[in-house]
Design a protein around this ligand. Structure first.
Ligand code: SF4
Length: 63
């Protein structure tokens, strides 16, 4: 699994780093950034949940 954020789409709603703080963080502008690009264990489900819940469809999870 590989996680990425399209910075051009991200609007900084914060759902990713609020719901999955072990996978995502935020930059100086409050936009989401990926902390762990290849998550394992419980972070796998959290990454998928963040992908589903991002209102801007900025998160991509590739198996
Ligand atoms: S949930 Fe989506 S739009 Fe919001 S900070 Fe995360 S990547 Fe950006």
């Amino acid at each position: 699994m590989r996680v990425s954020i399209d910075a051009g789409r991200c609007q900084g709603h914060g759902r990713c780093f609020t719901g999955a703080p072990t996978v995502f963080g935020f930059d100086d502008l409050g936009n989401g950034v990926v902390l762990v690009t290849e998550p394992n264990g419980e972070d796998v489900a959290l990454a998928r949940l963040a992908e589903a819940n991002c209102p801007e469809h900025a998160i991509t999870v590739v198996e």
